[in-house]
Design a protein around this ligand. Structure first.
Ligand code: HAM
Length: 436
């Protein structure tokens, strides 16, 4: 017999995996709610054009795309950002500002598989539309930090690297590069950490070798790790635009410090992000030990809503991926063992008692309790064993003798105590037990 396996890079979620996944989603959702973000979702399959030339060459090369039966070029979504731009763009005039939205959804990229990278993965996305100033970045970076800290991770476990594509543009312009060359250099900067000098290959192929003096300045700029060093390097360029930008930096860092989050944030101009649509501040979250790939990434993308046919609308956002994040939680011993135990296990004598028990079982479930029982007749002793192994707090015993007296036995499996209760009192007694 042929055995079918999942496609490479695709995942199955057995119940124990699913409960871990739910744990992530539950805390992310809860955290987004405390920040006042509203949840949305959208289609998994989108027109291919939504991603072409908007997300950048790297994502475009990784698309799962095909022609559907109606002859449409379509792709499985590799990210949420173009989609959420369409949603917000279509109703921009009706939506109350600032628009603060989040989603938890699955994405697909045909990537080379490695630790923490698959071909399907979940992301928690959060975005703010309609706010041009660093107040939006403040909200989002604070949310990003809290989405990780909510699980018990601290500044010893992760940090956020903060950079700025605007400043990169100003700087490279001042070095005499035109827009196409600037974009080429930024692609190289994005790859530099991973590939070293080879990162400039693409640039060289397109524009010829980068002038050695300019390259040295680029390499020095990407090593900048503080606002003071940044101000010093840019001091020579001057100008109003630059002064306003540095004021934004101070505001953002000041806001985050006031929230008590300075310990999580590091200025690091080495981050420029691979996605083509980012325009201003960009940021990425990493584990402190540097063992894992990025936990999260995001930034400002003020032009994308308009590029996709909507009105001019400033936007910032980020996404956390579930795979590296789950690895980090496991490494730090912060992934809880999640047991799905019933509240009540019913031990049932025979077929006659079973019919009586069914009434109570259904009433308890309708009252919100998780109740289990053996589907087929099983010896009493075995049922008690199953009850205690199930992790249930209570067992209800429906024996012939008890039912003849109009009672059932209620056994507290933790305290190992037992009492008889009138059948009519079953739901009320269980409720009293769990509310105590
Ligand atoms: P991204 O950096 O491509 O950004 O992805 C964000 C996170 O998703 C990554 O840091 C990583 O944790 C996870 N991720 C990405 N690709 C994979 C993969 N193949 N396997 C496992 N995890 C992966 C974006 O997607 C932007 N759209 C984020 C954003 C939202 N920007 C503004 N708003």
């Amino acid at each position: 017999m042929a055995t079918f396996q999942t496609l490479p890079g695709f995942r199955e979620f057995y119940p124990e995996d699913f409960s871990r996944r739910n744990h992530l989603f539950r805390l992310w959702r809860q955290t987004a709610n405390t920040f006042g973000f509203a949840e949305y979702d959208a289609p998994v399959l989108e027109p291919l054009d939504l991603y072409k030339a908007k997300s950048g060459d790297e994502i475009e090369a990784q698309l799962f795309s095909f022609t559907d039966k109606g002859g449409r070029e379509v792709a499985l979504r590799p990210e949420m950002t173009p989609t959420v731009c369409r949603l917000v763009g279509a109703r921009a005039s009706a939506l109350k500002r600032p628009i603060k939205w989040f989603s938890i959804a699955e994405f697909y990229r045909y990537e080379r598989m490695q630790k923490g990278r698959g071909r399907c993965f979940f992301q928690f996305n959060a975005d703010i539309f309609g706010e041009p100033g660093p107040e939006a970045e403040t909200e989002l970076i604070a949310l990003l930090v809290q989405c990780l800290a909510a699980f018990g991770l601290t500044e010893q476990d992760f940090f956020v690297r903060l950079s700025d594509r605007n400043l990169w543009f100003y700087y490279l312009e001042a070095l005499g590069l035109d827009e196409a060359r600037i974009r080429g250099v930024l692609v190289a900067v994005d790859r530099f950490e991973k590939y070293g000098d080879d990162a400039f290959k693409g640039y060289t192929e397109q524009f010829g070798p980068l002038d050695e003096g300019v390259k040295a300045k680029v390499l020095a700029f990407l090593r900048i790790k503080s606002l003071a060093a940044l101000e010093q390097t840019l001091g020579a360029i001057g100008g109003e635009k630059l002064a306003a930008r540095l004021a934004d930096w101070k505001k953002l860092l000041g806001n985050l410090a006031a929230m008590g989050l300075a310990r999580f944030i590091e200025v690091d101009l080495g981050v420029v992000r691979g996605l083509a649509y980012y325009t201003g501040f960009v940021f990425e979250a990493f584990d402190r030990k540097g063992e894992l790939r990025a936990l999260a990434g995001g930034g400002r993308y003020d032009d994308l809503v308009q590029k996709l046919g909507g009105p001019a609308l400033p936007a910032v956002g980020f996404a956390i991926g579930d795979m590296t994040f789950a690895l980090l939680l496991e490494q730090r011993g912060l992934m809880p063992t999640l047991v799905q135990a019933p509240d009540v296990y019913c031990v049932i004598g025979g077929e006659a008692e079973r019919l009586t028990a069914f009434g109570d079982i259904h009433a308890l479930r309708a009252a919100g309790y998780r109740v289990d029982y053996p589907l087929k007749e099983v010896a009493f002793g075995k049922q008690f064993k199953t009850a205690s192994e199930s992790g249930a707090k209570l067992a209800l015993v429906y024996g012939g003798d008890e039912l003849a007296k109009g009672v059932v036995k209620l056994r507290d499996l933790g305290a190992r105590t037992e009492q008889e209760i009138p059948r009519a009192q079953v739901v009320a007694t269980v409720r009293d037990f769990f509310s105590a």
